[in-house]
Design a protein around this ligand. Sequence first.
Ligand code: 3BY
Ligand code: FES
Ligand code: FE
Length: 418
Amino acid sequence: MPSTPEKTHSELIRGRQPGRSMAGELFGRQDVFETDVDVFFNKHWILVGVTADVPEPGDVSTVDLGKASILVVRDDDDNIRAFRNVCRHRGARLKEAGKSTVGMLVCPYHQWTYDFDGSLRHTTHMGPDFNHSCKSLRPVQLRVIGALIFVCLSDEAPQDIAVLEETMSPRFAPYHLQNTKIAHESEIIENGNWKLVIENNRECYHCGGTHPELTASFLPEDFGFCPDGLSEESQRALDDYYSRTAAAVASWEQDGLICDAFEHLSPDVMTNFRTQRLVIAGHGESQTMDTKVACTRLLGDSRRRDLGDTHLWTHNSWTHVMSDHAVVSYIIPLAPDKTLVRTKWLVHADAVEGVDYKLSDLTEVWLATNAQDANLVSISHRGTQDPGYTPGPYSPFTESYIDGFAQWYSARLAAHGI
Ligand code: 3BY
Ligand code: FES
Ligand code: FE
């Protein structure tokens, strides 16, 4: 019997019923994965690190992304630059993934030597007529927003990165995020498709049942839109949250701090993001187990500990900035069922471990949350690959951002001819 031909990527995505989850093939198929990487990671702006990855001139951070690899370098004038990690001689990788410090960028193969501005400074055996000037490293477009490093591998980088920059620069400014250091980093290879990682990050339907550490400090706003199932206790907690929010927003605005939600998520945008200053529960200071600051050396100049949580999510990252520390996570797709999640905890550059902060207090909430989410991503990936899976309905109250993500995903593929 002839087998039914496989659906195309386009048929799969456009066959999705509005309000329902995606077809399993969109998470599991190799061809879909390759197109996703090409469109969403090679043609859009992606977060690949923080300025504290390269704190001093000559520091290099190398990020591998599919077949591509990117060198992020701090030059002698403290500018951060990005280049393709490909030698202009015969193409060897200049640096392996990870961090290092160098005087110049020297190719390990035949020692072609590049300056931090990418220009080729030195070669041997190439003869007197060899023109060095046309063999600079290929630059990669880069924007530093707060401390976040975004790059775009495409020559036609989406222009609406300017919206992200204009929106986030003033929100991040009070925290002086470039004057931070990495107190801790973690890497998890999650056993699931990158879209499941992002979907999971865009809903907190699962938070109450999964994240006891996070929910000590985190009260998602969309919790309030659920019209059913709220116990008296939850309703009281919610009323309390709304009155706290109103009071906190009034006092933040008095201090000139930007609070309102800004969403750039519709299918016609290229750079997909959301931000808002969220109220922290309990003592209202930080995403810690006791909801107080984990680091007594605060970020920036403010002496206020109750600055809430300025969150930002993009299609490959999520960031939370509080008065005492920031947590930045970003994802790199590795395979249809494997996604690397890197997380960095930032504190004031002068903060001293054991004096100003205890590492376990700083990292406890998000280490636990990330591990819990990794498990959720794994069980959802495996379930969607089961022949028994059929797409199910999103909650209109707590999963609307996932439906929005699917619409944006579809529109961006269409814009690239898929
Ligand atoms: O679970 C997640 O990935 C995120 C963390 C905060 C709530 N949730 C949307
Ligand atoms: Fe780099 Fe030859 S490939 S110097
Ligand atoms: Fe979660």
